[in-house]
Design a protein around this ligand. Structure first.
Ligand code: 4AD
Ligand code: MG
Length: 477
């Protein structure tokens, strides 16, 4: 007899073999057919019970959500929908699930309802599939960098710097003696606090990754990052995971080449390794789309869209070219974009990004050479003195998925920028050291992991691609 996962069972068990599996009941029909799932795969295995010889009290415990151990023989299935099934010899109940109170019943639940059941929703087909794809993507990411001679670098979570300079940080303080120390004005006195200075949860591991790239050559981070941006959108989380490669001696072109190759490679991995889950997610989307008007339906189904991204070049366009395109376009009958983009130098809104990607180019777009004024302090200034070597990668249905740049490696130019932005030079002394000692051209980018998972799974809301989402007013679990 073999104890096995359901995935393994479908792969390698042979007929008439004695098998043992553990899992949760999805459905129990006619007091006879148990559909069991153990999370190893999307599929359930049908287990057939000889109910005439089964104790009444045991039968009553077999309900949706109950955890069972089943021992039996693998046989050819007589019914439709599956090739094999298990003829049950023995059932053990690990734990029951009261049908009156177990929330995940075999019917369609709304996404809002399932968000309130974040601890149980992974037992549904949709969330099982999304989380398996998420895990596969994480694996593919590490694999890509390992194969390309990058070192995995662990950036600190607690930092004293605001890498993006956007002031969207969560402050860190102690709860010792119930309250952080206060100064004579009643304000928190961070000098007296645990670290002796103000600290926050990191918004990006980039600055520290730069230090390590300037010694190890090619590094990447893959960890949680935190932003206190009060935006309740389907693309923003307060806690999200970011992948940040940083490479010494790479300029912006090399950075773009890497980003494109990297994204294609990890998407290719899931196309090859998550076929079943992707097919399920694709069907789910198609069903959902049927309820929408034709004009709002996407032109490509999920898997086709993933293949398209893997097989086609990302279009590279400067910010200035993009503005020209937008000014000369008419997104709808009523208005042109020129009313929206009054002058060169304004930040693009998501409607502009969507237009470029979904209507104009109809493929992923790398926008680069942005106005310095709308980008972070560390980006390398171009010869024109007004644009920086920044790049954003925009994806259909997602918008910005990557933000990156070539870094300012010239000490004098960087210092000038820091002064201009009124950033305290003392806070960045170690970052400036990197420009004093063996400075060199270097570049990197940050990929928002949840936005990638959203693209890969077609999920409309970022809260549904991370196990326990953190958003404003929401940290229940
Ligand atoms: O564009 P961002 O802010 O860039 C940085 O943090 C750079 N330091 C990265 C680097 O060069 N090493 O963020 C990078 C990506 C965005 O493109 C987006 O995909 C994702 O992180 N992101 C978020 N994802 C979910 N929720 C949020 N609140 C996000 N903010 C950014
Ligand atoms: Mg950005």
């Amino acid at each position: 007899m073999i104890a096995t996962s359901i995935k393994e069972l479908f792969k390698s068990a042979s007929l008439q073999q004695e098998v043992q599996i553990n899992g949760w009941v999805r459905t129990f029909r006619s007091n006879r057919f148990i559909a069991l799932n153990d999370g190893s795969t999307l599929r359930t295995i049908q287990c057939v019970l000889d109910f005439e010889n089964t104790d009444e009290s045991l039968l009553r415990q077999i309900t949706t959500g109950a955890a069972l151990k089943i021992t039996g023989t693998l046989v050819e299935s007589q019914g439709k929908g599956q090739d094999v099934e298990i003829q049950i010899k023995d059932i053990e109940v690990h734990g029951t699930a009261d049908p009156e109170t177990y929330p995940i019943q075999p019917k369609k639940h709304s996404m809002e309802f399932l968000r309130e059941q974040a601890h149980l929703r992974v037992r549904t087909n949709t969330f099982g599939a999304v989380m398996r794809v998420r895990s596969a993507l994480a694996f593919a990411i590490h694999d890509y960098f390992r194969k390309n001679d990058f070192f995995y670098f662990h950036a600190p979570i607690i930092t004293g710097s605001d890498a993006e300079g956007a002031g969207e940080m969560f402050r860190v303080t102690t709860l010792s003696d119930k309250q952080p120390p206060l100064d004579e004005h009643g304000a928190v006195d961070y000098k007296e606090d645990f670290f002796g200075k103000e600290t926050n949860l990191t918004v990006s591991g980039q600055l520290e990754a730069e230090a390590y790239a300037m010694g190890l050559g090619k590094v990447y981070t893959f960890g949680p990052t935190f932003r206190a941006e009060n935006s309740n959108t389907s693309r923003h989380l307060a806690e999200f995971w970011m992948i940040e490669p940083e490479m010494a001696f790479y300029d912006l072109d090399a950075n773009m080449d890497l980003a494109e190759d990297f994204i294609k490679s990890v998407l290719k991995y899931i196309l090859e390794n998550c076929e079943e889950d992707l097919a399920f997610l694709e069907k789910r989307l198609l069903d959902e789309e049927k309820t929408r008007p034709q004009a709002e339906r996407s032109e490509m189904a999920l898997i086709e869209k993933l293949r398209f991204v893997v097989d086609n070049h990302f279009k590279r366009v400067t910010y200035t070219e993009a503005i020209d395109i937008l000014r000369n376009s008419k997104p709808n009958k009523k208005k042109r974009f020129e009313y929206l983009i009054e002058e060169w130098g304004a930040d693009l809104q998501s409607e502009h990004e969507r237009f470029l990607v979904e209507k104009h180019f109809k493929c992923p777009v790398i926008l680069f050479d942005y106005p310095a004024k709308i980008k972070a302090f560390y980006m390398r200034l171009n010869e024109d003195g007004k644009t920086v070597r920044a790049m954003d990668i925009l994806f259909p249905g997602i918008g910005e998925i990557v933000g990156g740049s070539q870094r300012e490696e010239r000490l004098d130019v960087l210092k000038e920028k820091i002064d201009e932005l009124d950033i305290d030079e003392k806070e960045l002394w170690w970052y400036l050291d990197l420009r004093k000692f063996g400075t060199a051209v270097h570049s990197g980018f940050g990929l928002g992991f949840e936005r990638l998972v959203q693209f890969a799974t077609g999920m409309g809301n970022i809260r549904d691609v991370i196990p326990f989402p953190r958003t404003p007013q929401n940290a229940e679990f």
